[in-house]
Design a protein around this ligand. Structure first.
Ligand SMILES: N[C@@H](CCC(=O)N[C@@H](CS)C(=O)NCC(=O)O)C(=O)O
Length: 205
């Protein structure tokens, strides 16, 4: 098995954190994004989206999408569980994961694409109104997470899960590269952030 990877990109980081939580190691192949290797003909055959991470299986087939890679590895190595065991846990973790990806992640992406770093690359028409709207959505979502984290320890319940991995990576990226830092008043969100950041997996290479 091989993971087509990049040491600092956020979606590969989700897989890095997952691997560290599970105590797994996989051969890594660094994809040079600055040289746009992820858009080469050879790479597009591995993932027609032209994105990393991509997992190459021993039979030569490929799985892309960071959560799909984690789900595949979870089927091979169920413990410790990151996706839940009991039916209700599986459903609840997936619900929170989808909210983080489809609501928070999507809006962070809109702010990123319409923000200064991507703006300077000159690849996308900049839409300031879209950024203002997604920035506001992200801050509202942070407030919502803060309310929820007043009631429970982790994003989807008592236990650390794939929903925490995805939320941590998304919020770290939003703070560091999109200037969307959670308000300091959001104490429950801050408590959760410091707990997940203290896990050794948070800094896994
Ligand atoms: N939904 C995908 C997103 C993958 C993704 O956006 N990867 C970024 C790196 S963090 C990428 O390859 N960007 C290059 C591009 O979209 O052209 C996943 O979860 O793996």
């Amino acid at each position: 098995m091989k993971l087509y990877d990049h040491p600092t990109a956020p979606n590969p980081r989700r897989v890095h954190v997952y691997l560290a939580e599970k105590g797994l190691e996989i051969e890594r192949v660094n994809v040079d994004m600055a040289k746009r290797e992820h858009k080469s003909d050879a790479f597009m055959k591995k993932n027609p989206n032209g994105q990393i991470p991509v997992l190459e299986l021993d039979d030569g087939s490929f799985i892309s999408e960071s959560v799909s890679i984690c789900r595949y590895l979870e089927a091979l190595h169920p413990e410790p569980s990151m996706f839940g065991h009991a039916a209700a846990d599986i459903g609840r973790i997936d619900m929170h994961l989808r909210r983080i990806e489809l609501l928070l992640g999507r809006n962070v992406s809109v702010s990123w694409v319409n923000g200064p770093i991507v703006g300077k690359m000159g690849r996308f028409v900049q839409i300031p109104e879209a950024k203002a709207q997604s920035d506001a959505f992200v801050h509202n979502f942070y407030q919502r997470l803060d309310n929820e984290l007043a009631e429970r320890k982790m994003i989807a319940g008592d236990d650390y899960s794939i929903a925490d991995i995805t939320a941590m990576v998304t919020i770290d990226f939003a703070e560091q590269l999109v200037d969307l830092e959670p308000d300091v008043e959001l104490k429950h969100l801050a408590r959760w952030r410091s707990e997940v950041a203290a896990r050794p997996s948070a800094t896994a290479p």
